[in-house]
Design a protein around this ligand. Sequence first.
Ligand code: ARG
Length: 461
Amino acid sequence: MAKLWGGRFEKEDMIPFVMKFTSSIEVDKILAYYDCLSTKVHVEMLHKTGLITEKEKKEFLPILEQLLQKIEKGTFNPEAFEDIHSAVQDYVSSRAPELAKKLHTGRSRNEQVVNDVRLYCKDHLAMIEEAIISLQKALVVLAEKNFDVIIPGYTHLNRAQPILFSHLTLAYVEMLQRDLDRVKDAYKRTDVSVMGSGALAGAALELDRKFIADKLGFQSISANSIDAVSDRDFIVEIVSALCFIAVHLSRIAEDMILYSTPEFGFLDIGESYCTGSSLMPQKKNPDVLELIRGRSSVIIGYLNTLFVLLKALPHSYNRDLQEDKKPLFESMRIVADELAIMKDLVGTLKLKKSYVKALLEDEFIYATDIAEYLVRKGVAFKDAHDIAGSIIKKCIKKDINISDMSIAELKKISDKIDEDIFDLLNAETSVKNKKTPGSTNPAFVKKEIESWKKKLKKQPE
Ligand code: ARG
């Protein structure tokens, strides 16, 4: 099998087992399209700068175009090569052996691999951006559909205060917006062409770096050839951004898993996203969400892999860097799948209103409302907190609800309490009484839904 090196070696062939050990083709064949496209642009640049003739260019281009078509059709399946760059080179050499000797003029795989990966990332980040926006849209639809449904909000996994379900749904949209910003930010530092950096020192040939960058759609060219071939920060940043998405999806999945258990019981997940038990006939298990939760650990592991890979790695290129690809490609694939699945799953969610109502009948959830009611009547917050606490203590002792207490009993705890305390003991009043922007007050949440709809409408899907 043809190699891109070998001149200084006595032995022709590598031991097959060693060859297999060093090969990256299984992983980097995903870069075939980008490697071939860059090779085509490289040929055009060699012609523009007079390093190959018009005739040579005309011989090169149809071969590369044919290869591009093969790749697009999925019929190019290189296997026994050291890497994708050797495979593309071999495709040309086997069709134009003499000419192919000029293909590698002024370029090194050290820079090629970076440029290919940057092109791959740019395409895939654009897809991730779209997938985030689609999920945000699905969540806003869910919020609008269930706008006025009130559920218990939890802190420490204990019932805390009533909230609008739509308010929680919009919390997810906020998280995803930060994810989107991070992806866009990582994109900026990915959008740099390194071709013309050579193996590490640049080339002693008049190459047109700007031409390559423009043709491949890069914003700029790298400033330092050593940094260009050794920098993988953009990959770490991307996987870190993907990590955030995976962790966010995992937290959303966890909420859904909990709320759909019989113990919480107010959320129904579409059957297509659940599985049954081979033993227990009653089970409807949220396996898809559990896998979203579980797979975040894989990506967190990959982020760690990348940092460890770079730590203490001398400048410039070292073969260790070959190990950056699996973490990147796998993280990208997992997150893209998860975003798509989550978007469809969100469309199947249904709230079981009677279950939520029952949960809100436990009036202890209104204790903070009572404390704030007392503050509005001039009681210092600490005292108000103590008074509300005493009411709860009494109720627990007697095993009753707050509304089971008489006004006389309540007045014994504080003379600031009037009959209107009983008006506080319902979820609608609780949410409506919220005054702060960003709170769960339906008026604020409605505004937020409208503003997200407007914002997301402008985004292409
Ligand atoms: N397969 C290598 C990588 O992924 C690129 C080739 C550079 N190899 C080399 N021996 N200089 O990093």
